[in-house]
Design a protein around this ligand. Structure first.
Ligand code: KIV
Ligand code: ZN
Length: 512
């Protein structure tokens, strides 16, 4: 049975989803989780695109040693140099360079002829090959490229030394039948195609990313590019959990395997969701709350008589445990350490001591700490550590009958404490107005939601505040047993993200 290489691009294409940007430490955390699952290749970032992307890729190379680490680059010398530099310390590295090939992109975006594109592809792959032992080439918008021309491009990339050639459906336009035709055509018309790995990268604009990726495997792809929870540009990419589980459960049909341990899927999926504040829809395949819930009486009856009647996979298969109470206020540091280990969440020993204090604070308030709480504590903890220019030092809310709610906030801004109070139509309006009155920026709250992370009225509530600050989208998230406190912190984290953005855009400006 052939093994399909799983190339995860959660930290690159996935991070391009609006509002999904992560701090460097958060990216390392997700990368560790991906490596722990057995993902073959982790695309850690697009190093030329920002100092943070460069740092994130570099740190992942230093700290995650069991997967190959890839860095994206356009087919431009400076991009390739920076990608190779960021990847220097990886145990196994891959420069992933790309250039668009479709008529629309050639004519309007690149203004280059077919011949010029081929020349650039050959040059870029050769150049990257001198800096990195493994080079992947992607023909952007391949599925809207003339088949015979695409075959010429792939041929040029192989001759120049690419070991992996990726055929992306960049705009999620293709049908499964077209995918099959393209992959089959390339396998029949490109010399030496059997010496490289053909890869599929499908976007979900028409809801076909998973079907198209699986069809590509049937037609000869031996690498699939996926993201956890299917995040990615616009409607996202093919979801890792769907591809891995699809192959695993139906290997009688697909006749291939992967190196990914499906029992690690659930934790990684929840960790990502908590980190970026993207809730998982209840009805999402594999990872949604309802994926294993049988509601109809006929179904429940069937499952009780024989699970196989309506259940094609068990929750255990993807590592879903019932909401077991795992830790409480009497749990020690060792208990926390071993529970995190069980969840494949790696935390440095020095950080663990700090995390333990935070854990005790939460355990004191809500007594029973579930795995989902733990995942939220870890993901928010890193956010707190990284962003502290603005910090809520004190916060009170006054709710009296027949009067507007009033919030009092003391905010540390840099070195100074500033205090404000404001009333509002509701408590959230009051809190956000008080905070806004202390900063000089124009802040617009675009979206706001609170989700209970675990069962019970004393659950941790996670607040997500999507804001536009001076025209820049900035997202903040935070959790607490007090949802007003979580909301205030989430709002302040959005401000911190803006501060971080200002700092880095100024530095970039100075460097260029
Ligand atoms: O969708 C796409 O074409 C991409 C490439 C950069 C691989 O993400
Ligand atoms: Zn993509």
């Amino acid at each position: 049975m052939d093994t399909i290489q799983v190339f995860d691009t959660t930290l690159r294409d996935g991070e391009q989803s609006p509002g999904a940007s992560m701090e460097v430490e958060q990216k390392v955390n997700i990368a560790r989780s991906l490596a722990g699952m057995g993902v073959d290749v982790i695309e850690a970032g697009f190093p030329i695109s920002s100092p943070k992307q460069f740092e994130g890729t570099k740190l992942i190379c230093e700290q995650v040693r069991t997967s190959t680490i890839a860095g994206l680059s356009r087919a431009i010398q400076k991009d390739i140099d920076i990608a190779a530099e960021a990847l220097k310390k990886a145990a196994n590295s891959r420069v992933h360079t790309f250039l668009a090939t479709s008529p629309l992109h050639r004519e309007y975006k690149l203004r280059k002829s077919k011949e010029e594109i081929i020349e650039i592809v050959s040059w870029a792959v050769k150049y990257a090959k001198n800096l990195c032992s493994e080079v992947e080439f992607s023909a952007e918008d391949a599925l809207r490229t003339e088949k015979d021309y695409l075959a010429e491009v792939v041929d040029a990339a192989i001759k120049a030394g690419a070991s992996i050639v990726n055929i992306p459906d960049t705009v999620g336009y293709a049908t499964p039948q077209e995918i099959e035709e393209y992959f089959t055509y390339l396998r029949e018309h490109v010399d030496k195609i059997d010496t490289i790995i053909l890869s599929a990268h499908c976007h979900d604009d028409l809801g076909l990313a998973t079907a198209n990726t699986l069809t590509a495997i049937k037609a000869g792809a031996r690498q699939v590019e996926v993201t956890v929870n299917g995040i990615g540009e616009r409607a996202g990419n093919a979801a890792l959990e769907e591809i891995v589980t699809g192959i695993g459960i139906r290997n009688d049909f697909w006749k291939v395997r992967t190196n990914v341990d499906p029992s690690k899927i659930y934790t990684t999926s929840r960790l990502l969701s908590a980190t970026i504040g993207y809730p998982i829809p209840r009805n999402k395949a594999i990872i949604g709350e309802n994926a294993f819930a049988h509601e109809a009486g006929i179904h429940q009856d069937g499952v009780l008589k024989h699970r196989g009647t309506y259940e094609i996979l068990t929750p255990d298969y993807v590592g879903r445990k019932s909401n077991n109470i795992v830790l409480g206020r009497h749990s020690g540091l060792n208990g926390l350490r071993s529970r995190l280990k069980h969840l494949s969440i790696h935390v440095e020993e020095e950080t663990l001591q700090e995390l333990y204090k935070k854990f005790l604070e939460i355990a004191d308030k809500k007594r029973e700490v579930y795995d989902s709480d733990l995942i939220a504590i870890v993901s928010n903890f890193e956010e707190e550590e990284d962003n502290t220019f603005f910090k809520i030092e004190h916060f009170s809310m006054y709710l009296e009958p027949n009067t507007q709610p009033r919030a009092e906030v003391t905010l540390r801004i840099g070195e100074k404490n500033k205090k404000a109070s404001a009333s509002g139509d509701g408590p959230i309006d009051a809190i956000f107005s008080a905070i806004c009155s202390l900063v000089d920026y124009t802040v617009v709250l675009e979206e706001y939601h609170v989700t209970a992370i675990s069962p019970g009225t004393n659950a941790l509530g996670e607040a997500v505040a999507v804001t536009t600050i001076e025209g820049k989208e900035c997202i903040g998230r935070a959790s607490s047993t007090d949802i007003l406190e979580a909301s205030a912190h989430a709002f302040v984290y959005a401000l911190n993200h803006f501060q971080f953005y200002l700092l880095h855009s100024n530095n970039e400006h100075k460097e260029s």
